[in-house]
Design a binder for this molecule. Structure first.
Ligand code: MF3
Ligand code: CO
Length: 249
C-alpha cells in the first residue's frame, strides 16, 4: 500500500533528513586512508545519539550495524569492518536516521585520498544519475520516468544499472511501497502523487550489472569485480516539485 504523508509528517522526516545530511558532511571530513569503516559506524551511532536520534538499520531484519559500508566492488549492504580504508578506495556509507519516529535514508559514495580517474568518473556519473532521477520525481509523472532517466544517462556513459536493488517508499518503516527501479520505460508504472515519500538510490557499475551475494547473506558485490557506486536521497513529491529531505547543501 502506498501512503500519502501529511505536511507535518514530511516536516518531521525533513528534520531526520537534515540530521542525516549533517552526519554525511561529518563523514566526508573523516574519510581518509587508515580510518576503518567500523570507526565510521561507531562515529555515526554516537553522533545520532548526541542529537537524540537512532540508527534505524541496526536491528532491521537482523542487520547488526548503524551503517552499511560498501567498498569498491561491493554494491550495497557491506558490513563495517576493522581493516583500514586504503588510498584509492571508494566507499559508500548508507544509513537510515530515526528522529522522533520519523525516518530518512541517504547513501553517499566517498573517495579515499586520491582516487583514479576511472573511479572519480564513476562517482561523478552516479551522483548525476541520482539528480537526473530526482528531476523526474514530480506529481503526475510515472515511476518508469525516474528509472528511464537514470538508466538512459548511466548507460550512455558506458556504465550499467544494478537491477536487484531498488529505491522504495519510506515512512514509519524503512521499506514501503512502491519499488522505485533505477531502470525502466518512460510513461510506465504508477503515477506519482503529492505526499508520497520515496528514496532514489541508483547503484551504478563500471562493468556488468550482475551481482553475487557474500556468504554473510547480506553483502552484494559485482559479479566481475569491477567498481560500483551509489548515491541516495529521500524525496517528498510535492505540488512544487521534488523536495529532497536529505540534501547536504
Ligand atoms: N538504507 C538501505 C536502503 O537504501 C536499507 C538498508 S537495509 C539494512 O534501502 F538492513 F541494512 F538496514
Ligand atoms: Co539507504
Amino acid at each position: 500500500m502506498i501512503t500519502i504523508k501529511t505536511a507535518r509528517e514530511i516536516a518531521l522526516m525533513h528534520e531526520a533528513g537534515k540530521l542525516l545530511a549533517a552526519c554525511h558532511r561529518k563523514i566526508a571530513g573523516l574519510i581518509q586512508p587508515g580510518i576503518t569503516t567500523m570507526e565510521i559506524d561507531v562515529f555515526v551511532e554516537k553522533f545520532l545519539q548526541k542529537h537524540g536520534a537512532k540508527p534505524e538499520q541496526k536491528g532491521y531484519q537482523g542487520y547488526k550495524y548503524a551503517t552499511c559500508a560498501s567498498i569498491n566492488d561491493e554494491i550495497c549492504h557491506g558490513f563495517p569492518r576493522k581493516s583500514p580504508l586504503q588510498e584509492g578506495d571508494i566507499v559508500t556509507i548508507d544509513m537510515v536516521v530515526n528522529l522522533n519516529g520519523a525516518l530518512a535514508d541517504s547513501a553517499w559514495s566517498y573517495g579515499v585520498g586520491t582516487i583514479s580517474e576511472e573511479a572519480s568518473r564513476l562517482l561523478h556519473v552516479t551522483k548525476q544519475a541520482l539528480y537526473k532521477g530526482i528531476k523526474q520525481a514530480v506529481a503526475g509523472s510515472r515511476i518508469g520516468d525516474i528509472g528511464h532517466a537514470i538508466q538512459f544517462y548511466a548507460e550512455s556513459e558506458g556504465y550499467s544499472v544494478v537491477r536487484e536493488f531498488t529505491g522504495h517508499g519510506i515512512g514509519p518503516s524503512i521499506h514501503e511501497d512502491p519499488h522505485i527501479p533505477h531502470y525502466g520505460l518512460p510513461g510506465k508504472g504508477i503515477r506519482l502523487k503529492p505526499g508520497m515519500v520515496i528514496t532514489i538510490e541508483p547503484m551504478i557499475n563500471i562493468g556488468t550489472w550482475l551481482s553475487k551475494r557474500d556468504d554473510n547473506g547480506w553483502t552484494a558485490r559485482t559479479k566481475d569485480g569491477a567498481l560500483s557506486a551509489q548515491y541516495e536521497h529521500t524525496i517528498a513529491i510535492t505540488n512544487n516539485g521534488p523536495f529532497i529531505l536529505t540534501e547536504q547543501s
